[in-house]
Design a protein around this ligand. Structure first.
Ligand SMILES: Cc1cc2nc3c(=O)[nH]c(=O)nc-3n(C[C@H](O)[C@H](O)[C@H](O)COP(=O)(O)OP(=O)(O)OC[C@H]3O[C@@H](n4cnc5c(N)ncnc54)[C@H](O)[C@@H]3O)c2cc1C
Length: 318
């Protein structure tokens, strides 16, 4: 097996916040997971007030750079030939296959006919260091921070926080909005230092065909993304062993991943409802104005299902 990475180092440049359920983290190789912080709730700031989301399972921030590096080391220790600093568009060799795990830009998967056109949200993040900050993630569903998505402040251990947002690039510069988010942080928790800046793309699309001939897709390349949160690790952690099984034993990858894809479709469906309501800030304001200030949800990974239940229970006409 050959593993290509276009950059010189694994995990850099970084783009992800690293928020996953503890269950999802437990599906990753143990040595590849470094938990930076752990919590069971998130607070959503809306123009109409705050809403607390409480989960029935622990949610963690993991060290994303560590994860990438450790996974590459595991692959090397199991015999993979690692080739860094090389951007490739490979064709399957005789008897071989290609796993497109190339991320949001999806050139290999598109050329193989797995995916069609897609839109993107642009994400921008800062790692900041501060003496004070929230002990659980705070979601900024505020139009000054993001019109089409939301912003976040996530504890990342050792007095560090990931502060970021994503938005439709047609809505203006995300950098200006990150500065707004920094002002919000200063107002709520005080002064802070910027440690690092980075960004990335979140694909906006329905999950694509996961396999065609000898091409297999996984992760952002085939839009295995929970559209409601932009989270991709949920599906990758579950699909990776299935991909290995499909390649090694000829198992039916499409059939194996079908339950994951169904979950992603349901997340996509709720995202469309949120957009129809005017975006996250607008939808969240409707919930806050209805007097809902605390929502007890089930699993973090199935947050779309918990939210749907809450909405149908509380917002139906009486
Ligand atoms: C701002 C932001 C915050 C996020 N936060 C979270 C979060 O909190 N939780 C969560 O679950 N998800 C989060 N995500 C999503 C998550 O980061 C992605 O879903 C996940 O990283 C996708 O993994 P991947 O392996 O498919 O792609 P990537 O992580 O993008 O990896 C693809 C790799 O392939 C390399 N590559 C690409 N093309 C080639 C080529 N032709 N040749 C060689 N190498 C190539 C790239 O350099 C890259 O290293 C976030 C995304 C963004 C942008």
């Amino acid at each position: 097996m050959r593993l290509y990475e276009e950059h010189a180092r694994f995990g850099r440049p970084r783009h992800c916040t690293g928020v996953v359920s503890e269950l999802t983290a437990s599906l990753l190789p143990k040595d590849a997971v470094r938990v930076l912080s752990k919590y069971r709730e998130m607070t959503v700031l809306t123009p109409a007030g705050e809403i607390d989301l409480v989960f029935g399972e622990a949610v963690v921030t993991i060290d994303r750079v560590w994860l990438e590096k450790a996974l590459a080391e595991i692959a090397a220790s199991e015999g993979a030939e690692i080739i860094t600093g090389t951007r490739v568009f490979p064709n399957p060799q005789k008897g071989g296959c290609i796993a497109a795990a190339e991320g949001a830009r999806t050139e290999v998967a598109s050329r193989a006919g797995l995916c069609g056109k897609r839109a993107y949200l642009v994400g921008a993040q800062y790692i900041i260091r501060s003496r004070h900050g929230p002990d659980h993630p705070v979601v900024a569903a505020l139009p000054s921070i993001s019109r089409d998505f939301f912003g976040w402040v996530v504890p990342a251990g050792d007095m560090e926080y990931v502060l970021g947002l994503a938005d439709d690039p047609r809505r203006g510069s995300v950098i200006d909005k990150v500065l707004e988010l920094r002002k919000l942080f200063t107002r709520l928790w005080g002064e802070h230092d910027v440690v690092e800046r980075f960004g990335g793309l979140i694909p906006v699309c329905r999950p694509c065909t996961p396999v065609r001939g000898r091409y297999f897709g996984i992760g952002d390349s085939v839009c295995m993304v929970k559209q409601l949160s932009g989270g991709g690790l949920f599906a990758i952690a579950r699909a990776a062993p299935l991909l290995a099984k499909a390649v090694a034993e000829g198992a039916d990858y499409a059939a194996l991943t079908a339950p994951i894809i169904r979950t992603l479709h349901r997340s996509w469906a709720l995202t469309k409802v949120v957009r129809a309501l005017g975006g996250y800030w607008s939808a969240a304001s409707i919930v806050a104005r209805a007097g809902i200030r605390r929502v007890v949800l089930g699993r973090y990974d199935l947050i779309h299902e918990g939210i749907m239940k809450t909405l149908t229970r509380n917002l139906r006409p009486r």
